[in-house]
Design a protein around this ligand. Structure first.
Ligand code: ADP
Ligand code: MG
Length: 362
């Protein structure tokens, strides 16, 4: 069991506040991903958990034991970095052995731990190589091996795949997911890549400017975001947002006037209090805008300005006026001509509504 708790954790460098009050409990065995744009404080928070940065305010507890100011070596945590941080003059074997040699483990135990770790990470053939004779993916596997060989309670990963090319990233993502399934340890993984977060996490923590915007399972964040930031950050291509105004409210139904000239008004049911004349934004994901045929209620047509053809899917970029672009995912791939008119429908049941401050109106 390894539970981790952050209570009102803050970090400042002199007058600059970087982490602004984080409350979070991570359950034993959970795979939690911190995701957010560059500079939002992901690495700082991870380093505070590892004991590599002082915690300015608040508390860190591991299995209910106060760890806030305990040295890194006493926390039972291993960290894997983007830069691999391997010793260049040591072979793979030497790099793997190092943490156990420092801990003065017996030679036989070190040898068997190396064999076990190398087999788990497909490094057996590479044990006598130096890091410079390894590919990026192999180096990262050694870095992960050096972390798991110590059998820590908690693993921390800071953008471990960012230096790898796309195909290798995918492969390593699967390996890391497998590793978590086989080891079962608590893991915290930091990335700016929402796709990595979606595919790896039991639970995602979305960070922005040192604060948590929302915490939830990947699908909860995707389908039920609390605010505009999370709605826009999770999902690719990102959710479409259209400016709108509440034109009328009647019996729980609100009528919206959209700022996109071609699109008719839209009616949604919302429980949250709102008022006529209120400025809002409507969010709709690219896969929820439906190509339609002919005239019908809520149908509109827009000019195709750009089309990304991926083979199994088209992404249509449509001009809906006022310099706004609507991105539509089309699964029934058709040959489309740029400049042609595409008829579409926006199903209100898939629309999300956000207020002036970007908070979700449910
Ligand atoms: P992320 O990992 O999400 O990209 P970081 O945690 O590295 O972000 O940084 C968060 C913020 O803290 C950034 O604005 C960065 O400039 C600032 N920061 C990080 N380290 C220091 C430092 N030693 N002194 C002052 N500011 C720092
Ligand atoms: Mg970082």
């Amino acid at each position: 069991m390894t539970r981790l708790r952050l209570q009102n954790v803050e970090k400042s460098y002199d007058a600059i506040s970087v982490i602004k009050g984080i409350d979070l409990t991570i359950d034993s065995g959970e795979f939690v991903v911190f995701v957010g744009p560059s500079g939002c404080g992901k690495s700082t928070l991870l380093r505070m958990i590892a004991g590599l940065e002082e915690i300015t305010h608040g508390q860190l507890l591991i299995d209910d034991e106060e760890m806030t100011h305990r040295p890194a070596t006493e926390r039972g945590i291993a960290m894997v970095f983007q830069s691999y941080a391997l010793y260049p003059n040591m072979t793979v074997r030497g790099n793997l052995a190092y943490p156990l040699e420092v801990a003065r483990r017996p030679k036989a135990e070190i040898a068997s731990a190396i064999a076990e770790t190398a087999s788990k990470l497909h490094l057996t053939e590479l044990l006598d190589r130096l890091p410079r004779a390894l590919s990026g993916g192999q180096r990262q596997r050694v870095a992960i091996g050096r972390a798991i060989i110590r059998k820590p309670r908690i693993f921390l990963f800071d953008e471990p795949l960012s230096n790898l090319d796309a195909e290798l990233r995918l492969q390593m993502r699967i390996e890391i997911a497998r590793l978590h399934a086989s080891l079962g340890n608590t893991m915290i993984y930091v990335t700016h890549d929402q796709l990595e977060a979606m595919t790896l996490a039991d639970r995602i923590v979305v960070l922005r400017q040192g604060r948590i915007e929302q915490t939830g399972t990947p699908l909860a964040l995707y389908h039920d975001p609390d605010n505009l930031f999370v709605a826009g950050f999770i999902g690719s291509p990102r959710m479409n947002f259209i400016d709108a105004e509440i034109a009328a409210i009647a019996e729980g139904e609100i009528q919206l006037r959209l700022s996109a000239p071609g699109i008719e008004s839209l009616t949604m049911s919302i429980g949250a209090p709102c008022r006529e004349g209120q400025k809002v934004r409507v969010g709709i994901r690219p896969e929820h805008v439906q190509p339609a045929t002919g005239a019908g209620p809520g149908h509109f047509s827009a000019e195709l300005t750009y089309c990304e053809q991926l083979g199994h899917t088209n992404y249509l970029y449509l001009n809906i006026g006022s310099e706004q672009m609507l991105v539509v995912e089309e699964r029934q791939v058709e040959q489309r001509e740029l400049g042609s008119q595409v008829t579409l429908a926006i199903p209100p049941q898939h629309c999300l509504l956000f207020d002036e401050n970007g908070q979700r109106l449910r």
